[in-house]
Design a protein around this ligand. Structure first.
Ligand code: ADP
Ligand code: MG
Length: 388
């Protein structure tokens, strides 16, 4: 689960990470009030959306007076902000952060991710902050310093110091950076975060070290342990279909193809997507209805697939192990009746009560296309899509 910059900064501040003074709001008047309460002559108005690159897109503006705060707040609130991370449709800005302007000397990069290869957190730092780290990684990978963390020990002061020296820091800033890094690691570990990124990590002209931007992504499976963080979820930032899916405990991810997929089991869902591609078509979604699917859940899943305008055909691929194929068939039939089905549906049922399920589908008169075997089903749905 992703959160906004202001929320990530709240979490980090709780662990002692220095962040600029700020306030968040959805109103222009209140933005001016917040700015009045900040120290210094400059404040920064920052769009709060779940995407980076806001600066380049016009979502981060420096204000040198309260009038300018008002102007920028007016312009940014309600704007559709397009950045390289939002896609061309952009994202509506509902909230802004009003932050104390900082006297920046250096913009560095700091991040923590979970490395699948070593099954451990990797702490990264770079002098090339403020810009896209993906670009640095592609063009100048040596500019990214890395420390692999032993989970039993955590990030050590020694490792943090090595990063700080690697960043070229000197004097008092070294210890300040070390403290910040250790606090960030504690925050990452204790909140079950999956990703933490501070870009830029700022060194001020006065030698202070601050998190000027912050991004955190939390492990959904651990959110039950962090009520306060779970409450930070902003549904307006998420894909509507994925929200609907999460209500029914469906594992659903929207993709860009035209073949809607309904499958039980994540592994089978992956294999189904592969074989659809192999047959020359593209999946419109990943959907795992789960091993313990109920008729209600199957109905919800089928509705979800059909609500996607890109879907030109559907492939239902069910292996009846725990789940019974006749129950799946009933769910599909109920949903199809309610939605008066417009697209062709290819069905492959195998396993427990498969024949009964296929019979039900045939008798339903909905014109569902049965298929024997996964390859044949994929071939058929690809043909149907090309014909459509
Ligand atoms: P994004 O990464 O989405 O573009 P950032 O929060 O990193 O947004 O802001 C972009 C740039 O704006 C930063 O690299 C920094 O130069 C400047 N900036 C952000 N916050 C402040 C601040 N409080 N004071 C001064 N400059 C800031
Ligand atoms: Mg940034």
């Amino acid at each position: 689960m992703k959160v906004h910059e202001f929320q990530a900064k709240q979490v980090l501040a709780r662990f002692g990470v220095p962040v600029p003074k700020s306030g968040v709001t959805d109103s222009v008047d209140e933005a001016v009030e917040i700015a009045k309460g900040l120290d210094g002559s400059v404040s920064v108005v920052k769009a709060q959306i779940h995407a980076g690159g806001r600066g380049k897109g016009g979502g981060v503006k420096l204000a040198r007076s309260l009038d300018e705060v008002r102007q920028h707040a007016q312009a940014i609130l309600g704007m559709t902000l397009v950045t390289h991370q939002t896609g061309p449709e952009g994202k509506l800005v509902n909230r802004i952060l009003i932050e104390e302007g900082q006297n920046i000397d250096q913009e560095l990069y700091f991040g923590i991710v979970v490395d699948r290869a070593t099954s451990s957190p990797i702490v990264m730092a770079s002098r090339e902050g403020g810009m896209e780290i993906e670009e640095v990684a592609a063009e100048n990978p040596d500019a990214i310093l890395k420390e692999q963390v032993d989970l039993a020990v955590g990030l050590t002061a020694f490792q943090a110091r090595r990063l700080a020296f690697g960043l070229g820091l000197e004097g008092k800033t070294v210890n300040r950076a070390v403290k910040l890094m250790l606090a960030c690691y504690r925050a990452f570990e204790e909140t079950d975060a999956a990703m933490l990124e501070i870009n830029p990590l700022m060194v001020s002209k006065e030698g202070d070290v601050l998190a000027l931007d912050a991004k955190m992504d939390f492990d959904d499976n651990a959110l039950f342990r962090h009520r306060d963080i779970a409450e930070m979820r902003d549904l307006t930032e998420e894909d509507e279909k994925e929200i609907e899916a999460s209500k029914f405990d469906l594992n659903y991810i929207t993709l860009s193809g035209t073949v809607g997929c309904m499958v039980n089991g994540a592994g089978l869902a992956m294999a189904t997507m592969d074989i659809i591609k192999h047959a020359g078509a593209e999946p419109a979604n990943f959907l795992d209805v789960g091993g313990g699917a109920t008729q209600e859940r199957v109905e919800a899943a089928f509705k979800l697939i059909l609500s996607d305008e890109n879907v030109k055909a559907v492939l239902i691929n069910i292996f009846g192990g725990i789940v019974r194929c006749d129950m799946i068939a009933r769910g599909v039939i109920e949903a199809a009746k309610n939605l008066h089905l417009q697209v062709p549906v290819v069905v492959r049922l195998e396993g427990t009560n498969a024949d009964e399920g296929l019979n039900l589908l045939e008798e339903s008169g909905l014109g569902l296309i049965p298929a024997k075997g996964l390859a044949a089903a994929a071939k058929k749905v690809a043909e149907v899509v090309k014909g459509a």
